[in-house]
Write a protein that binds this ligand. Sequence first.
Ligand SMILES: NC(=O)c1ccc[n+]([C@@H]2O[C@H](COP(=O)([O-])OP(=O)(O)OC[C@H]3O[C@@H](n4cnc5c(N)ncnc54)[C@H](O)[C@@H]3O)[C@@H](O)[C@H]2O)c1
Ligand SMILES: O=C(O)[C@H](O)CO
Length: 386
Amino acid sequence: MAKPLQIEVYNPNGKYRVVSTKSMPGTRWINLLVEQDCRLEICTQKKTILSVEDIISLIGNKCDGVIGQLTEDWGETLFSALSRAGGKAFSNMAVGYNNVDVNAANKYGVAVGNTPGVLTETTAELAASLSLSAARRIVEADNFMRAGLYDGWLPHLFVGNLLKGQTVGVIGAGRIGSAYARMMVEGFKMNLIYYDLYQATRLEKFVTAYGQFLKANGEQPVTWKRASSMEEVLREADVISLHPILDKTTYHLINKERLAMMKKEAILVNCSRGPVIHEVALVEHLKANPMFRVGLDVFEDEPYMKPGLADMKNAIVVPHIASASKWTREGMATLAALNVLGKIKGYPVWSDTNRVEPFLDEKSRPPAACPSIVNSKSLGLPVSKL
Ligand SMILES: NC(=O)c1ccc[n+]([C@@H]2O[C@H](COP(=O)([O-])OP(=O)(O)OC[C@H]3O[C@@H](n4cnc5c(N)ncnc54)[C@H](O)[C@@H]3O)[C@@H](O)[C@H]2O)c1
Ligand SMILES: O=C(O)[C@H](O)CO
């Protein structure tokens, strides 16, 4: 028999058994569970990605709910194991839930939570950071300094792109894509072109009003355009940031043909999910177009990169840290714990997943609701009147 995984236990005599497959930042989420009569078991095993077998052993024979991570494969096997253990609640500590088979969860009547909103600005800020770093070649220049190669100012040294007055393209203008667009428009006075299945009305209104403000102050106004196809964005934009969900419609959205449509000196940023880009085609494109630059937070086969990517000077790569600010990660832990707790307690689901602030206010008790359950309609869960 496999050796049991290391765990840390809080409130051993709690009535409900909740498992967290990882230790998460902050203590509020722990306190909220303990105060509500949960025995909390946190897996502390030094193993970054837990296997399905590992998680089955954590679930055991009696488990009311699990807080899991985006690196885990939550499908038929795990939901049936959770259901057998009497559990009806699961939450990803992430807004994206492409690692979860929601149909399998529905089959076993398990609620699936996610953590929207609390990571919107933090993630958009990393996409903006990657855009700037790529435009001004900051990582290349930093490596050059550290290698002792700097021997004086030169007119051609690390010449990059000016963002002001250029066009920023956003594919997937939901919460994060819209926040990123605002940062680039407001911060750098870029014009916006976006593609989404739905109209981003609030974003359009913001850019219109900001353009009017600039005009009234004697400055060049910014503009926006909703593209009728993704290709239009690829052809027109100077900086393109990807923010859709990952599903069948966005898998390899950026492939060889679409890369070829982009400007030779364009910048591509991905803080969504790795498989949105065909990474092998990207490596080839980077080799053939040295002035084309990318900023990547996510990769097709995490934690690995496709061969050749790490050697490309025109690529900036960071390890899936877009939501990694202290406030956000503690908030994600809180929302994930409250999703599980709420379902265990039989609370209704919160009516507006874009408005999760009441759950994050440390000075007051969180509402008696599950902040965000993605399959609430399929399970027929009641909606909170709060
Ligand atoms: N790198 C990170 O650490 C990190 C952090 C947070 C979120 N994410 C990823 O970002 C994604 C977006 O998060 P969000 O909170 O903005 O979600 P959201 O649901 O608010 O936005 C997603 C947008 O994508 C659009 N979309 C869906 N299919 C599309 C398609 N085929 N073409 C164009 N647009 C399409 C949707 O209409 C929606 O507006 C998450 O699902 C997650 O995978 C990554
Ligand atoms: O989907 C998410 O939330 C991210 O990838 C991690 O923050």
